[in-house]
Ligand binder design. Sequence first.
Ligand SMILES: Nc1ncnc2c1ncn2[C@@H]1O[C@H](COP(=O)(O)OP(=O)(O)OP(=O)(O)O)[C@@H](O)[C@H]1O
Ligand SMILES: O=c1[nH]cc([C@@H]2O[C@H](CO)[C@@H](O)[C@H]2O)c(=O)[nH]1
Length: 296
Amino acid sequence: MTQQPDILCIGSVLWDVIGRAPSHMRVGSDVPGRITRLPGGVAMNIAMTLRRFGMRPALLSNVGRDAEGDALIAAAQGMGLVCDHLYRSDDLPTDVYMAIEGANGLIAAIADAHSLEAAGDKILRPLANGALAMPAAPWAGPVALDGNLTAELLREIATSALFGKADLRVAPASPGKAERLLALLGHPSATLYVNLEEAGLLCQTTFASSAAAAAGLIARGARRVLVTDGSNSASEATGTDIITQTPPAVMVTRVTGAGDTFMAAHIASEAQGMARDAALARACQAAATYVSGEIP
Ligand SMILES: Nc1ncnc2c1ncn2[C@@H]1O[C@H](COP(=O)(O)OP(=O)(O)OP(=O)(O)O)[C@@H](O)[C@H]1O
Ligand SMILES: O=c1[nH]cc([C@@H]2O[C@H](CO)[C@@H](O)[C@H]2O)c(=O)[nH]1
């Protein structure tokens, strides 16, 4: 039986292939280490985290009809993610992201999300054909949308009636793709989740604080934004005010994924009816707990 989701995660769902070595690495290094494969892609990461916070996300993406795709869907279903609405392409392979991490941090990464880009608006069919929604009754719940979609598709979403009633929560896929989100900046029901660097890229400037960045994005037409800045304060801004809070101090053992944890905790807190201050505090706390190495 198809499970009814309470949030849609739209964007990349792929395999992360991560090579990790304990040594300091540079261009051309060839060192012993470990290579692992785990479910990834921004939409998938957000969905996995939302699930931990008690929500029931459905994935909208392209997954190939290949062995990698079958294994990825089995992993997602095992975590309780709704996979019934994924587009399974016969000719587009499952996407993959590859990163090399040394003792000195991320050395380099390549995101091959070409199949998602090629699938285009086919991934959105369940929002029009009645499977999840239809033009006469558009999806009226939360949507976590990632910036792996092409700028063209993001522009279409920004004006589509299929998203006219949705509570859009938007995350960039990487600093390199941050500018794709410009199409959604003026969307009347979009909330943007960005870090300080991404806020600067969207506004073509640099900001000294999350509050300044949040104000800058509102000035550029955003309806609501949340800006994080690592251990420094995080801010939420609307057209009327800005609230700012400082995450609790913790010992950092991991950083990748902090932004996803912040966003998922914030969305889940609001879905549970928490007020703005409380939701921001819970998101800061959850992401700080995550970077400290614990599971929030
Ligand atoms: N050093 C830290 N100490 C405490 N909390 C932190 C630290 N780094 C990150 N956090 C928590 O995580 C949130 C998001 O961090 P950050 O701004 O680094 O996100 P990000 O750059 O999107 O992360 P990533 O891209 O690695 O997932 C912060 O608002 C904070 O709550
Ligand atoms: O362009 C992209 N870069 C990185 C990711 C994902 O983000 C995580 C790393 O920051 C990782 O899961 C990767 O798949 C993506 O989906 N698109």
